[in-house]
Design a protein around this ligand. Structure first.
Ligand code: HEM
Length: 412
């Protein structure tokens, strides 16, 4: 078998939609055709080059499902902490920038709050927030921006409420979170400033809880992380807020876009099909998560710590930077027959859009509940919901780690 370096002479620029000015501009909700191509053909390990902090970073994009899982599972060989210099967004000090015992300790301080049973107990709060945001949407008349006027306030309020942040400050996290996830060279300074501002604010909140416990998630974090460096203490709530609202909000908007604009099984759109087949909601969203993950750019590289052979047989060398691609793995025909076909009956559908292994999304149950609650509610209460502009006029976020529309004008 060829080594990845022999297979492609010139490394591809990564992310695949990056323009000459270094900004990643995905044209829509569909992933670049390279993902399916590289998952199905060749070695599945593709040399790429990305610009980080003005430097060219060479990396190997891992595209086959079994290989991606192997990279995500083995923290002992594939280190996040040793790869943060290759990150487009700065996640040092958060769980996503740690390995091994340090990672387990930080994650361990909150993980029981996000288990399946713990999240099931939050269902009533999540449904009530979705209903409140729907009422606010309807009060706007018969046209609105589904992202700004429904999806963002819904998911932002859920996580801010869980943490126990004061209501009047929630909106500040919208701007901070957006800047934190900006991943272009042009926005790097703004991203760093937003982290500083968020950090200073959250430190004050944690200090307040230490003097005066409030029975919320921040009180728990203030207590369980008190012996850890300040940077780690403040970055834990940052990762929960930033990881918590933008991911779910953009999934909601992207999935509504796709459902409204693609025909499905004799219906004019997937949306109309689901209005008639509400029992398919869960499996339909699972399939949308597979095809339209919120990842814009395969972030989160790992560094290889020791020579290793992947399940496909490709050999990697200590020091290599690898980027396990959820989007390519989700299109591996060995696991997902006819992978580009949207199939709400796909079973099994073990997609990797929430990651896998030790860094598996800690908020996956909550995110999944939010997305299903929001789309289920919209299907029931606004079955006639549709885009208010032609689908190709919707603009997609540029230079950002999360895939989603800049706005989603809808009418009903
Ligand atoms: C639809 C919603 C969501 C999606 C698609 C999503 C996706 C992801 C992905 C792909 C990862 C990285 C996995 C890896 O590196 O292998 C991740 C990690 C993470 N997510 Fe989510 N996420 C969502 C919702 C949430 C929510 C609601 C929260 C907060 C409560 C959250 C907090 C986190 C955190 C803290 C991590 C880091 C975990 C670790 O490093 O151990 N996410 N998420």
């Amino acid at each position: 078998m060829l080594t990845p370096r022999q297979e492609t002479v010139t490394p591809l620029r990564h992310p695949f939609h990056v323009d000459d000015d270094g900004v990643n501009r995905p044209p829509g909700p569909d992933k670049h055709p390279y993902y399916g191509h590289f998952a199905a053909t060749g070695s599945g390990v593709v040399p790429v080059v990305r610009q980080v902090n003005g430097e060219s970073v060479s990396a190997l994009l891992i595209c086959r499902y079994a290989d991606v899982k192997a990279v995500l599972r083995r923290q002992d060989v594939f280190s996040r902490a040793a790869a943060t210099t290759a990150d487009a967004i700065d996640v040092t000090g958060t769980m996503l920038g740690m390995d091994g015992a340090e990672h387990a300790r930080v994650r361990g301080t909150v993980k029981d709050l996000f288990t399946r049973p713990a999240v099931a107990r939050l269902r009533g709060r999540v449904e009530a927030e979705a209903a409140a945001q729907l009422a606010a949407l309807l009060a706007r008349g018969n046209r609105a921006d589904l992202l700004r006027d429904f999806a963002i306030p819904f998911t932002l309020h859920v996580i801010c409420d869980l943490l126990g942040l004061p209501h009047q400050d929630w909106a500040r996290f919208r701007r901070w979170g957006d800047l934190f996830l900006a991943d272009s060279e042009l926005t790097r300074d703004e991203a760093a400033r937003s982290t500083q501002e968020m950090g200073a604010y959250l430190w004050e909140q944690l200090e307040n809880r230490r003097g005066c416990p409030a029975g919320d998630m921040l009180t728990r974090i203030a207590g369980t992380t008190a012996d850890q460096p300040v940077d780690v203490q403040i970055k834990l709530p940052i990762s929960l807020v930033v990881g918590g609202w933008e991911t779910a909000a953009n999934s909601i908007a992207t999935f509504v876009h796709v459902l409204r604009t693609r025909p499905y099984r004799g219906y004019g759109s997937g949306w109309e099909y689901l209005v008639d087949h509400p029992e398919k909601l869960d499996s339909a969203i699972n399939e949308l998560e597979r095809l339209h993950s919120i990842s814009n750019a395969d972030d989160l590289p790992r560094r290889v710590l020791a020579d290793v052979k992947l399940p496909s047989g490709v050999r990697l060398t200590a020091g290599d930077v690898v980027i396990p691609s959820h989007d390519a793995a989700n299109r591996d025909p060995r696991v997902f027959p006819d992978p580009e076909r949207m199939d709400f009956d796909r079973d099994p559908n073990p997609h990797l859009s929430f990651g896998y292994g030790p860094h598996y999304c800690v908020g996956a149950h909550l995110g999944a509940l939010e997305v299903r609650t929001a789309i289920g509610l919209l299907l029931r209460e606004l079955p006639g919901l549709r885009l208010a502009v032609p689908a190709d006029e919707v603009r997609w976020k540029a230079g950002h780690a999360v895939l989603g529309p800049q706005e989603l004008p809808v009418e009903w």
